[in-house]
Design a protein around this ligand. Structure first.
Ligand code: UD1
Ligand code: UDP
Length: 366
């Protein structure tokens, strides 16, 4: 009898990182792969699902404007449990560290359904950084039956927490599967930067940066543009009201600063390719940019992705005006410092992560 696996997606990055796995599972004849969209994100989730031709079988339409964590968590838990009860899947798979993932793992635990965790084992070891993601992934990790660890270091973190070795599979990160799929399709979308100009691409959305830290980030962007007449900034603003209000209040109307709505994945990858430098607090961008040979200054105090930092192609600068300006200016002025960070390395995967995950599931259910 065919097995039933439910793949869950809630937010934009989950959809990007689950899409290659969903599409691989849909090609397997031993399994019925159903897609559950919690729609913790709405427009941003739909942008990605459309690109990868994924149509959710079940859509919980959870998102509300400026949703609080308590409201989100409680509604998700009730709704996800209702789906598990109706569908009775043989396994559930989810990716990462969002509230969707934490609640799905918990709902699986309550019903005794095996839970597979994609991108398992990332840790900063600081529960408040990133908040609430570090706690979300620790909880998901305590519950998981299969831990699909993207790197040796994430595998090591799980071993340190006492996860049995046989439950951990080193897969690489599925984000590289997705990136390699789209990167050849976006040549025509790479922004046309006027001769002599350099593009700085910015993204920001972390909850621990709301308020003063985010204002520091915006002030640093302003200083960089004022001090460098050849610099243009492209900033697709995350729709979270806490981000949107500050970004528009502090940066709109500035010369050579473009604020846009979130870009579809294809034009965003093209923008990364066209960028000279990226300033971001995003997890996914820290993984993709090194593979595209683009330096990233990370607008956070900690990262759970040490591999690219160790390789010297990503640098932590924090949400700190002086550091952001100093490090970005160095990369604008010093060609050899720039080249050292623009080498193009891919510590997060080889594009075959989904294949490895499917193989584990196939063998388990055989
Ligand atoms: C969420 C995740 C974070 C992940 C990020 C990726 C949690 C707690 N946070 O943060 O881990 O890194 O997604 O982007 O799981 N909104 C829209 N349209 C959208 C998406 C969001 O309007 O398509 C607005 C809504 O007002 C929503 C708010 O953004 O209430 C916050 O969304 P939420 O998913 O709670 O948090 P994010 O900051 O997006
Ligand atoms: N991304 C996108 N459009 C944008 C900004 C980002 O498609 O305007 C992609 C990016 O390439 C990466 C993912 O979204 O794959 C990262 O999402 P986000 O930063 O929201 O979440 P995180 O990775 O920090 O959880």
């Amino acid at each position: 009898m065919r097995k039933k696996i439910i793949c869950v997606v809630g937010t934009r990055p989950e959809a990007i990182k689950m899409a290659p796995l969903i599409n691989s599972l849909k090609n397997e004849d031993w399994v019925e792969c159903k897609v559950l969209a919690t729609a913790q994100h709405r427009e941003m989730l739909d942008q990605v699902l459309g690109l990868f031709d994924i149509c959710p079988d079940i859509d919980l339409n959870i998102m509300r404007p400026n949703q609080s964590l308590v409201e989100l968590t409680s509604r998700l838990l009730v709704e996800v449990d209702r789906v598990l009860s109706q569908e009775a899947p043989d396994a559930v798979i989810a990716q990462g560290d969002t509230t969707t993932v934490m609640t799905v793992a918990l709902a699986c635990f309550y019903r005794g359904i095996p839970f597979g965790h994609v991108e398992a084992g990332l840790r900063t070891w600081d529960m408040r950084n990133p908040f609430p993601e570090e706690m979300n992934r620790v909880i998901a990790g305590r519950i998981a039956t299969w831990h699909f660890a993207p790197t040796e270091s994430s595998r090591g973190n799980l071993l340190k927490e006492g996860v049995p070795e046989r439950e951990i599979v080193l897969t690489g990160n599925t984000v590289i599967d997705a990136l390699l799929d789209v990167v050849t399709r976006c040549d025509h979308l790479v922004p046309n930067i006027p001769q002599g100009r350099r593009l700085i691409l910015v993204t920001s959305h972390r909850r621990e940066n709301f308020g003063e830290p985010f204002e520091e980030i915006c002030r640093a962007i302003r200083t960089l543009v004022e001090n460098n007449s050849d610099v243009e900034v492209l900033y697709p603003v995350h729709p979270n009201p806490n981000v949107k209000e500050t970004a528009h209040r502090m940066l709109s109307g500035l010369d050579r600063v473009t604020l846009t709505d979130p870009l579809d994945y294809l034009p965003f990858v093209a923008a990364m390719r066209g960028a000279y430098l990226i300033l971001s607090d995003s997890g996914g961008v820290q993984e993709e940019a090194p593979a595209l040979g683009k330096p990233v200054l990370v607008l956070r105090r900690e990262t759970e992705r040490p591999e690219a930092v160790d390789a010297g192609v990503v640098k932590l600068v924090g949400p700190d005006h002086a550091r952001i300006v100093e490090e970005a200016q160095r990369l604008l002025d010093d060609a050899s410092a720039y080249q050292a960070m623009a080498r193009g390395v891919s510590p997060y995967g080889d594009g075959k992560a989904s294949q490895r995950i499917v193989k584990v599931l196939r063998e388990y259910f055989a």
